[in-house]
Ligand binder design. Structure first.
Ligand code: F6P
Length: 695
């Protein structure tokens, strides 16, 4: 039989297969005691520190993985990507998201044409437009500035921007401390960007304080907080002495608490979350409730401008604007991001207000195009978004040029291949110890069959040449910020299934401490005491204590012998035993500003590419999402026909026909009740779909 050219046929693959037995004999406890090995498994780049010493791997494993990379032609494939070759062969497209963040003046060709000037032309247009909207030079139909943005999009046209927005929205408590550029949250003052999937509990107007800041506790407006500042006044008043002086002091204190959140969850305005991705009408309702069309700008984000969900939502918002302000208002209140400018114009959006991108940008890799840059610039200003692009670009250059043993995305990608295809661990947990990164896992995972960076990219069953894969590829990504995840699924990862974990920590928190320190212990050696609470560490140190502890708990576990020494009752020994030997890696970021967020995004994007290159699959197409879409079209037609003309349900299997009948009958009963009319028109014709088709 002719060779299929699959990577599993290479000597390096076979060698790694044989190597698994050696590794399985060695516990991570032993591997971790080899300091030389651990030192060799730490890599630094541009402020980032990757520690992969807690992987079930030795230096020898890495030599073998490097050999695999060689035999899979990893270097050549990376070069082909950067040189604009059409490596997405099933769609005949180049894969050039790296060009979206390339510095002005650099050269990246697609079909012999340098695309970087086109990229910067759109970026300049975004800068100009977002400046005008933010400054109030661009106003709505009634002359009011547009302070609210709804970005309408789904999949890659939604989750990437949402991840970055969520990561930027809190900003730093002390802007002076984190120069060199003013922080995103401050720059968002007074603006609202609606991207995400739930509505705030507080009223939007509440966040429009003069100071541009509002206090929130766990996404909930906490109106009673400032009242706390009056407690001393009340006490003194009761004592009937020094009341006036104290009242003045308390009033100032009230102002401080109002404007600076009293140290509790300070958020700059413009960051309350909402959504318009799902075709579910609940999503639309949540978005427009409390919003004024006069001050709202809708950005329709769709690469194809044909996606059913996005277009229905866009038509709904267009109607909402037209109904309130007249059809001519659409020109002022709706703009678009797409590769399909013809359809944008047909929809009724002025082509001058359309922001282009290109076929060589995959939907899930599009956050650095106008897809993300436009809504994020409207919210934070272009300068912040430019920093984000620079962070991503720094990783691009590193990925393209660093030797594999120092190359962060390559190391991470090879480790994933090792864990999935050799050690047989199909899942990966993404565990950022930062609430600001709460949307990282959804962006990387995008767990529905709709557009995962990782799961859509590498969730494939055949090689790039169409040969069925005899080995496992792709991985199940999921995650939750620490420490929340610790109280939900960590039980499983400690004592149940083995799931390699990515721990992501940040040295300098966006919100470093809420409880002020009093200790004057410059040596920093002893735990520093905090004011009036007796806390041993700052809130961020508390969070990071978990970040540092969890990987060791997973790696070392706890033996029955240790438990016996602790006098654990014998009936609990097995329950309290932790097998350990559970792999993880730790990535430590210096801070979480726009630049670092760009770095993080690019690391994950390239890691996915490395995995796909080694597995020999096409990480840049997504045929797997098509079947469900086309079946939905058939159901849509049936619903229309049954509702309009009482046509019977036909062409579906028994199960679907029964469900459809129940759905339609119930609706009609409701309608009948309100109109006093008939119901029960749907007649089930139970035909097996495949039989009908083949017949
Ligand atoms: O269904 C998957 C997908 O095609 C993604 O690849 C894409 O990001 C998403 O749908 C939305 O597509 P569009 O940007 O064309 O509306």
């Amino acid at each position: 039989m002719a060779s299929s050219g699959l990577v599993c046929e290479t000597d390096a693959w076979k060698d790694l297969k044989a190597h698994v037995e050696d590794i399985k004999k060695t516990h991570l406890r032993e591997l971790m005691s080899d300091t030389k090995r651990c030192r060799s498994m730490m890599v630094e780049f541009d402020g980032l520190l990757l520690d992969y010493s807690r992987q079930c791997a030795t230096v020898d494993t890495f030599n073998k993985l490097n050999k695999l990379a060689e035999e899979a032609h990893l270097k050549d494939k990376i070069n082909l990507m950067f040189s604009g070759e059409r490596i997405n062969i099933t769609e005949n497209r180049s894969v050039l998201h790296v060009a979206l963040r390339a510095p002005r003046g650099s050269v990246i060709n697609s079909d012999g044409k340098n695309v970087v000037p086109d990229v910067w032309q759109v970026l300049d247009k975004i800068k100009d437009f977002s400046d005008r909207v933010r400054s109030g030079a661009w106003v709505g139909a009634t002359g009011k500035p547009l302070t609210n943005v709804i970005a309408i999009g789904i999949g890659g046209s939604f989750l990437g921007p949402l991840f970055v927005h969520t990561a930027l929205q809190t900003g730093y408590l002390d802007a002076k401390d984190i120069s060199p550029y003013p922080e995103a949250a401050e720059l968002a003052s007074g603006r609202k960007l609606h991207l995400t999937a739930f509505k705030p509990i507080y009223k939007p107007e509440d966040s429009q304080r003069v100071s541009g800041k509002t206090s929130r506790l766990s996404n909930t407006y906490f109106p009673f907080l400032p009242v706390i500042s009056y407690f001393p006044f009340i006490a003194v008043f009761l004592c009937k002495s020094l009341a006036i002086v104290t009242a003045a002091a308390c009033f100032l204190s009230h102002l401080f608490v109002c404007f600076y959140g009293g140290g509790l969850g300070v958020y700059a305005v413009g960051q309350f979350v909402n959504c318009l991705a799902n075709v579910d009408p609940i999503d639309v309702a949540r978005n427009i409730t409390g919003l004024n069309p006069e001050t709202t700008l809708a950005v329709v984000v769709s690469k194809t401008f044909t996606t059913a969900e996005t277009m229905l939502n866009a038509r709904t918002i267009r109607e909402w604007i037209s109904a309130a302000l007249g059809p001519e208002a659409v020109a002022k209140h709706m703009v678009a991001v797409s590769t399909n400018l013809t359809l944008v114009e047909k929809f009724g959006i002025d082509p001058n207000n359309a922001f282009a991108f290109w076929d060589w940008v995959g939907g899930r890799y599009s956050v650095c195009s106008a897809v993300g840059v436009l809504p994020l610039s409207l919210q934070y200003g272009f300068a912040v978004v430019e920093k984000f692009l620079q962070g991503a670009s720094s990783i691009d250059q590193h990925f393209h040029s660093a030797p594999f043993e120092k190359n962060l995305p390559v190391l991470l990608g090879l480790l994933s291949v090792w864990n999935v295809s050799f050690l047989g661990y199909p899942a990966r947990a993404i565990l950022p110890y930062s609430q600001a990164l709460e949307k990282l896992a959804p962006h990387i995972q995008q767990a529905c069959p709709d557009d995962p960076v990782s799961m859509e990219s590498n969730g494939k069953g055949v090689s790039i040449d169409g040969v069925p894969l005899p080995y496992e590829a792709g991985e199940i990504d999921f995650g939750e910020p620490g420490t929340n995840g610790q109280h939900s699924f960590y039980q499983l990862i400690h004592q149940g299934r083995v799931i390699p974990c990515d721990f992501i920590g940040v040295v300098k928190s966006q919100q470093p401490v809420y409880l002020k320190e009093t200790g004057n212990n410059p040596s920093n050696i002893e735990p520093r005491k905090l004011a009036y609470t007796g806390e041993l560490v700052s809130n961020h140190d508390e969070l990071m204590s978990n970040f540092f502890a969890q990987p060791d708990a997973l790696a070392y576990g706890k033996t029955p012998e240790q438990l016996l020494k602790e006098n654990v009752p014998s009936n609990l020994i097995t329950h309290k035993t932790f097998s350990g030997n559970r792999p993880s890696l730790s990535l430590l970021l210096p801070s979480l500003n726009a630049y670092n967020i760009g770095q993080l995004l690019a690391i994950y994007e390239h890691r996915v590419a490395v995995e796909g290159f080694v597995w020999g699959i096409n990480s840049f197409d997504q045929w797997g999402v098509e079947l469900g879409k086309s079946l939905a079209t058939q159901v849509r037609k049936q619903l229309h026909a049954s509702r309009k003309n009482a046509e019977p349900i036909e062409g579906f299997n028994f199960s679907t026909a029964t469900l459809l009948t129940r759905y339609l009958e119930h609706m009609h009963r409701e309608q009948g009740r309100s109109k006093g009319g008939l119901h029960g028109f749907a007649k089930v014709v139970s035909i097996n779909r495949t039989e009908k088709r083949s017949g």
